[in-house]
Design a protein around this ligand. Structure first.
Ligand code: C5P
Length: 290
């Protein structure tokens, strides 16, 4: 039996850091929107242990790969002795703030659970996912969600009426950003460490009740100040997107991808042309229609 699954990505419509915790993680509230842009994952039984292959030569396929770690955690928790063969077709950029690697880990848990006849319950999968990374539990489900705690406590939300039919332009510059590095920068930007609680509820209410014009300033990311300090080109990009008519523009997660919300595919296409003309064609871009 072969199981093939899509592994999606996300943008954070809001990421509000509330403070640093005693365990070194940061307490936060985040509103996460999944996007229909995918890596591919294929699972088969066979061989011994975990044999992972990947289309992207730069990505290690050993125990440092999140897919490998997820498969290993699954086999141990489900007491599976049979070997597994996993193929990862990497199409999404890495170190991008899009959660691609976290989604790969979550989809590996779901794929292997299916392959071995569902030995683990939803709660067990969720617990395993949280040990693999703060963003992993979100990808066990498919819709938008509110994330709290260190981001791993997921409350599914109805799709947002205001975003229906919107086009999301993603721009990932030539450089990536490491999440631990971005969290490390917060210490030097104390104002970014102590976000006002309640911003998430505010954005969710606006996204439910009105058109996009009512929401603009409610999109917020605590990482923008420290990351823009080091990479001013990201601030320039955001400003350019807003000046050229984006309904909202925000860095996703800890960067480096910035996304723009546009009312239609045509407006997103013209924003993309503007970005490529200004910043150069080596940036990775994509458009997803919600
Ligand atoms: O959970 P995840 O493995 O994605 O976290 C990577 C790193 O990011 C952690 O080791 C921690 O330094 C930082 N982090 C944090 N607070 C969070 C999530 C991640 O400080 N809420």
């Amino acid at each position: 039996m072969t199981i093939e699954l899509n592994s999606p990505c996300k943008v954070n419509l809001l990421l509000n850091i509330l403070g640093r915790r005693a365990d070194g993680f940061h307490e936060l509230e985040t509103v996460i929107q999944p996007l229909p842009l995918h890596d591919g994952l294929r699972f088969q039984r066979g061989g011994s242990g975990i044999a992972l292959t990947c289309s992207e030569p730069a990505l290690p396929v050993d125990g440092s790969n999140l897919v490998h770690r997820a498969a290993s955690a699954f086999r141990e928790a489900a007491r599976v002795r049979d070997g597994v063969r996993i193929r990862l077709d990497k199409r999404l950029p890495m170190a991008a703030g899009l959660g691609g690697g976290s989604a790969n880990a979550a989809v590996t848990l779901l794929g292997l659970n299916q392959l071995f006849g569902h030995p683990l319950s939803g709660v067990q999968l969720n617990d395993l996912a949280a040990t693999l990374g703060s963003d992993v539990p979100f990808f066990l489900q498919r819709g938008p969600a509110l994330g709290t705690g260190r981001g791993e406590r997921i409350q599914p939300l109805e799709p947002f009426e205001s975003l229906r039919g919107c086009a999301v332009l993603l721009v990932r510059p030539r450089f990536g950003i490491s999440t631990p590095w971005a969290y490390g920068q917060l210490a030097e930007h104390p104002e970014s460490l102590k976000g006002r609680p309640g911003r998430a509820t505010d954005l969710i209410q606006r996204l439910r009740s009105g058109g996009l014009s009512a929401t603009g300033s409610a999109f917020f990311n605590s990482f923008e100040a420290p990351v823009f300090h080091k990479y001013p080109v990201l601030a320039v990009l955001k400003e350019a997107l807003l000046e050229h008519g984006a309904a909202a523009a925000l860095m996703s997660g800890s960067g480096s991808t910035t996304f723009a919300l546009a009312g239609s595919l045509a407006s997103a296409e013209s924003l993309r042309e503007m970005v490529l003309a200004r910043l150069g064609a080596t940036n990775w871009t994509a458009i997803a229609v919600l």
